[in-house]
Design a binder for this molecule. Sequence first.
Ligand SMILES: Nc1ncnc2c1ncn2[C@@H]1O[C@H](COP(=O)(O)OP(=O)(O)OP(=O)(O)O)[C@@H](O)[C@H]1O
Ligand SMILES: [Mg+2]
Length: 318
Amino acid sequence: MRWNQVFFRGRHAQGSDRPQGAALAEGSSLARPALSVCVASGKGGTGKSVLSASLATLLSARGRTLLVDADFGVGNAHILFDASPARSFVDVAQGHCQVREAVHGCGQSLDLIAGGSGVSRMAGLSLYEMHLVASGLEALEFEYEYLLVDSAAGISDQTVGFALASDVVLIVTTPDLTAMTDAYAFLKVLYARKPDARVSLIVNRCQADPDAPQFGLGEGECPSAEQLATRVAERIVEVSRKFLGCEPHYAGLVPEDRAVARSIAQRMPLVRSEPGSPAALALQARSVALFDEWSRIEPLGLGQSLRRSVAYQALSAS
Ligand SMILES: Nc1ncnc2c1ncn2[C@@H]1O[C@H](COP(=O)(O)OP(=O)(O)OP(=O)(O)O)[C@@H](O)[C@H]1O
Ligand SMILES: [Mg+2]
């Protein structure tokens, strides 16, 4: 298929364009684009994919949700849903299929576009490939209430580009100093280009730990998981306020929980496999407050914002 065919397909195409995913019903276009939430971290392995799978599951109980695995070429969101999509963003970016053909149903109101695997080059898409991805998302975003982006690690232009184009950013850090430092680095890049970005911060993998950094607690005291998370969040918020002039909102913690590893082994989002586990309960509690906050936001459209940014970059480069 030629690239302009991908780009200019009508966004509410029907008939032979019937989506693969379960959540898409014919003629299901909404009055506004989906609210987009970008889950990011800076450092790898902080729990973005695990949290995204559960948050997408919880969001889908409120409205149609599309989980976008933006870890292009090395994505694993599909594994957490025991899905084997035939198509992924790799095919979309290469112009081999329309984005609809890459939509895979993962639940009653939950669809996924997989990141694809084994293609490391995808971490640095060309402007043209990025344009295909952006316009593909634009073609879908009026058919969902929520788009949840599971980001790649790092602060590459591509990864930060998704955060910049999203309505909300959810930074996932752990209490590790390296994860905190990288979370700050991500915030620095993000706020430099979008000072009014709406950012929430989750501190994942918290546990009472006598070896944890004390962050102002008394010498020799063992902070509880809550104390540790609060100190971690305060540090990031304070430093951001002081040096960046902008600050994320602390949304709470998710505890270290062996149920997470079990849910991955079962290839199920934690809130489905063990909804009563401490981490799942924490996620449900966090999501109530977060979803309430997000419900007051007027979405701008992730695909449209991304496509504009790609066009701007193309014009600047020419
Ligand atoms: N709350 C938790 N309790 C215990 N283990 C956790 C928790 N959160 C995440 N993990 C573990 O951390 C590991 C990394 O999780 P995940 O793949 O979600 O991170 P990621 O940020 O998406 O990584 P990447 O940057 O590579 O995409 C997994 O093995 C998972 O089991
Ligand atoms: Mg991941």
